[in-house]
Design a binder for this molecule. Structure first.
Ligand code: GAR
Length: 194
């Protein structure tokens, strides 16, 4: 069984889809949800799904506490779902090619530090883009730069505001993130994970 840790900072709609998808899965399970904001919606969602929730501070991430917690929980795969902090290099190296992220634009466009949520959608609208989409990618030490696993496009309509675009993007994320993570799990070489 591949043990997945989800890290999230916000509402957690993607985390919820992932928890649902892997609830009775034969190859992988969501072993814990880690969250850096105690009042984030994802905390209640994890609670409702009976998935252990680990709350931590930003300093716990930088001083290695979060890494040790996940190692202690025998986590094989880390899945970021609206997690707003940059992972420290030691953390990234502890799960080489085993950390996934989802970003609400067609990277490399509209990525990088400070680009999350509605900031991304507003930038897409201000640039007059005719299309946007989602990117699911491996995580390295820099924001939004790891190898792309999947991109899915959607139209940007002339009347769109950030909320309308966010809704369309969220629907794409919910449809594709669980299945892309599942495909990734199935592609992991036998014997390289416990
Ligand atoms: C998602 O749209 C995700 O792509 C984005 O945060 C949202 C979280 O929504 N992530 C980023 O912007 C990362 N740079 P959720 O809490 O409802 O899953």
């Amino acid at each position: 069984m591949i043990r997945i840790a989800i890290l999230a900072s916000g509402s957690g709609t993607n985390a919820q889809r992932l928890m649902e998808h892997f609830r009775m899965h034969p190859a992988a399970e969501v072993a814990l949800v880690g969250c850096d904001r105690p009042r984030a919606g994802v905390v209640q969602r994890a609670w409702d799904m009976d998935v252990p929730c680990y709350l931590f501070k930003g300093s716990d991430l930088s001083d290695g506490t979060v890494q040790r917690e996940l190692e202690g929980a025998n986590i094989d795969l880390v899945v970021l779902a609206g997690f707003m902090r940059l992972l420290p290099p030691d953390f990234v190296h502890a799960w080489p090619e085993r950390i996934l992220n989802i970003h609400p634009s067609l990277l490399p466009k509209f990525g990088g530090k400070g680009m999350y949520g509605d900031r991304v959608h507003n930038a897409v609208l201000e640039a007059g883009e005719k299309e946007s989409g989602i990117t699911i990618h491996l995580v390295n030490e820099r924001y939004d730069e790891g190898r792309v696993l999947e991109q899915v496009k959607c139209v940007v309509l002339p009347d769109d505001d950030a909320a309308a675009l966010a809704e369309r993007i969220h629907a794409l994320e919910h449809a594709h993130y669980p299945t892309t993570v599942e495909t990734f799990v199935n592609s992991l070489p036998m014997g390289t994970v416990d």
